[in-house]
Write a protein that binds this ligand. Structure first.
Ligand code: SF4
Length: 206
């Protein structure tokens, strides 16, 4: 029912933003884990589903490193974003336009409704824009690698995996990513009630 309501939304289009008004939703509710990214990309628009592009494939690799199986995605891992419509490309460029504060405000009631419906115990904040919304005024270097417990839920930030981001070019930042994946692995075990095992990731993220 909520997903059907979201799919009919045209708020940002009616406000004059150059979005493609085709809201995307993906996941089952309730679910123990939720991923909140920035916005759907062009691949998502073409495939009519979120998280279809190269950045998503890299994210899914990180999730597999943290213990999730591919079939968990969209089932025990509910996938969403700050805004649900493709924002369009930057004028004259091949990179996506980031949603504006107004678009994020427009879409926040949908995100809040999704969170209330899904009731996740672990929320993975994927990328700086999502991190800023839930952990404001925090540098990426302070956020990545940490887990942030809150009442009823723990937030674990991940950097964005987009090729447009240069943050992961720095070896020190890749070390923080390895720490962040460990935090996801620990929280996955906790929320799914599974006993922890070894297999550190540092060697794969030198
Ligand atoms: S981005 Fe969100 S608020 Fe804006 S039109 Fe799409 S679903 Fe509606």
């Amino acid at each position: 029912m909520l997903h059907e309501e979201i799919r009919t939304c045209r708020r940002c289009f009616d406000d004059g933003f150059p979005i493609t008004p085709a809201p995307m939703v993906w996941g089952l509710a309730p679910a123990p884990v939720m991923i909140i990214g920035q916005a759907p990309g062009l691949s998502d628009l073409r495939g009519a589903r979120m998280y279809l592009g190269p950045a998503a494939r890299k994210l899914f690799g990180w999730l597999e490193d943290a213990g999730f199986a591919p079939e968990d995605i969209g089932k025990i891992v509910y996938m969403t974003a700050l805004t649900k419509c493709f924002p369009g490309r930057l004028p004259g460029k091949s990179t996506d336009r980031a949603p504006s504060p107004r678009e994020m405000r427009n879409c926040r009631p949908w995100l809040d409704a999704q969170m209330a419906l899904v009731q996740p115990k672990l929320i993975i904040l994927f990328g700086k824009m999502a991190i800023d919304k839930f952990l404001p005024k925090m540098l990426l270097t302070e956020a990545i690698g940490q887990a942030f417990p809150a009442p009823g839920v723990t937030y674990v930030p991940l950097p964005h995996s987009s090729g447009a981001s240069t943050w992961l070019n720095d070896p020190a930042h890749r070390a923080l990513l390895a720490e962040a994946i460990e935090r996801v692995r620990e929280e996955r075990l906790r929320v799914l009630g599974i006993a922890a095992s070894g297999d550190p990731l540092e060697e794969r993220y030198p």
